[in-house]
Design a protein around this ligand. Sequence first.
Ligand code: ADE
Length: 233
Amino acid sequence: MRVDAVTLFPGMIDAPLSESIVGRARAEGFLELGFVNPRDFTEDRHRTVDDKPYGGGTGMVMMAEPVYRALKKVRKKNSFVILLTPKGRKFDQAAALELAKKKHLVFICGHYEGIDERVTPLADLQLSIGDYVLTGGEPAAVAVIDAVTRLIPGVLRKGDATVNETFTDGLLEAPHYTRPAVWRGSEVPAALVSGNHKLIAEWRGKQAAELTGKHRPDLARPPKPAAAKKKGK
Ligand code: ADE
C-alpha cells in the first residue's frame, strides 16, 4: 500500500512509524510512506502557510492554496483522501478494515486551529480518532496508519493474529498471560494452564463478555432474538 501525508511536520509521522512492526513493514515494502509539505508550495519570502481567521478569534488557520497544491502533487486517480479533524467520523476497527483495502491513502493533516474550510470538499472522508483535540492531525495520522498497516496481509507474522482480537468481533479481547505461571504470588487462571482447548475457549469467551460489559457496555451487542426467546421460555 502507498500512503502519503500532506503535513507541515513530516517528522511527527515519520519518526513514530519508523519503529517496530510498521518500521519493518516499510523496510519490507508492504507500506510505502511519503510526505509532501504545503510549505514547499508557497511563493512568498516567508513561505507563509497560515493566516488569521476571518471574523476574528484566536489562533491561526492553514491557508487553502498551499494544501491544495501539495495534495495535487500526490493525488492519483485511485487515491482515497482523508482529512484528519476532530469534527470527522469516529475512527474504529471497521474503518481500519475498509481503509486497508485501498491502494493509495492520502492524509491531510491540519495544524493550528485547522485548515480553511474550502479544502474539505477535496477529501473523500473526514476522520477523527476521538473526542479530544490534538495539536494537529499528525498524531491522528500515525494512529490510523498504524492500525491500517497491521491489517495488510503479510505484515503480521502470524496469519491469524487479527482474527480473534479486540473489536473485530465486537468484544474486547480476553486477558493474556505469559511465563512465569506464578508472578509475585499472582497465578495465571487455571483454565489457561489446563491444556483443555474447550475450557480455554469458554474461559476466554466469558472474560471477553465480562470485560466488554464492564469497560465498554456501548460495544456489547444485545442477545440475538432466538437466544432471547429461549431465555423467556
Ligand atoms: N486533529 C486534532 N484533533 C484531532 C482528532 N481528535 N482526530 C483527528 N484529527 C485531529
